[in-house]
Design a protein around this ligand. Structure first.
Ligand code: NAG
Ligand code: NAG
Ligand code: NAG
Length: 291
């Protein structure tokens, strides 16, 4: 027999033997193991991947989002990992993610569009990190998320368009952050948000800070210490259920502070210290229903 044919013959016999072996009991066990490893693919050394439960990678030795995770992971916790900088599209290989926890993960920067490509992400938690700034477009394009919880960080500044293109969200919480200034357009491009929770201690709100924020259920601004409520503070904010300014030193209410605020169901101003009012024209200009 020519060498080539001989080799093919050996191969054929081998496959037959392998095929026959499949039907034996021992092989059935092996096959079951093979199937499991196909369903639950490689789990990085720093992670625990049990099916039907969140993948947990909470090791301080983990630097960066693990690349070798199954694309079917729905819940992921990288709490206590050492992530530092989240790059753009950092989770794009995990399209099925529903819940993502990045608590205490030593995060210092979130690059624009870090969470792009997660159409099903429902809950995102980033708490107890050294994050100081929410960059422009950091949380952009999260299409159908229900909550973004950013409390207990070191966030001092939110850049314009940080949440652009993120719609139908129930809660954005920024409680317990040292935010002093709200920059112009910080919430631009956010539509139909039930509630935005801001921390206490805000010292200045730039004109048009809320411009482009359309359809908010509740926006509460409490325990602020402002020199003035400047012109156009609420400019470009449309369809508000309840806007509450409470327990704050509002300084001087400048002419046009409420200009361009449109369609407010309830505007609440209570227990504030007001040093002076240059002008306050509300009901006709802003379609405020209750004051
Ligand atoms: C956190 O990141 C900083 C650099 O940004 C690094 O110096 C520090 O060791 C990290 N801490 C932990 C606990 O991983
Ligand atoms: C959006 O999220 C809701 C749950 O909050 C879910 O019922 C719905 O199917 C999601 N829509 C899309 C397009 O993923
Ligand atoms: C507010 O209303 C008054 C009277 O209705 C009007 O003269 C004024 O131009 C309005 N201001 C703005 C900024 O729309």
């Amino acid at each position: 027999m020519p060498r080539e044919m001989e080799r093919m013959w050996v191969l054929l016999v081998r496959s037959l033997v392998v095929f026959a072996a499949w039907s034996t009991h021992a092989a059935a066990v092996a096959r079951a193991q093979l199937l499991t490893s196909a369903l639950v693919p490689a789990c990085p050394a720093q992670c625990i991947c049990l099916s039907q439960s969140p993948v947990v990678c909470n090791s301080a030795t983990l630097r960066g989002v693990p690349a070798a995770l199954s694309s079917s992971v729905m819940q992921l916790s990288l709490s206590r990992a050492d992530l530092r900088v989240l790059r753009s599209d950092a989770f794009a290989h995990l399209r099925q993610l529903r819940r993502l926890s990045l608590d205490a993960c030593n995060l210092t920067r979130i690059k624009p569009f870090a969470f792009r490509g997660l159409p099903r992400l429902n809950e995102l938690f980033i708490q107890h990190t050294p994050l100081t700034t929410v960059d422009a477009f950091a949380f952009a394009a999260l299409q159908n998320i229900s909550s973004i919880v950013l409390s207990h960080n070191k966030i001092a500044q939110i850049e314009g368009y940080a949440f652009a293109g993120t719609n139908f969200i129930k809660l954005i919480s920024l409680r317990n952050n040292p935010i002093k200034r709200i920059l112009a357009h910080a919430f631009s491009g956010l539509n139909d948000v039930n509630q935005i929770e801001l921390p206490s201690g805000i010292r200045s709100i730039e004109p048009q800070a809320f411009a482009g924020l359309e359809g908010v259920g509740v926006l509460e601004l409490a325990y602020m210490d402002l020199p003035a409520l400047v012109q156009d503070t609420f400019f470009g904010m449309t369809r508000i259920g309840r806007l509450a300014l409470r327990e704050s030193d509002l300084g001087v209410i400048r002419a046009g502070a409420f200009d361009g605020l449109r369609i407010v169901d309830t505007l609440e101003m209570c227990n504030n210290k007001i040093d002076g009012i240059e002008e306050l024209s509300l009901i006709q200009n802003n379609s405020v229903h209750t004051f």
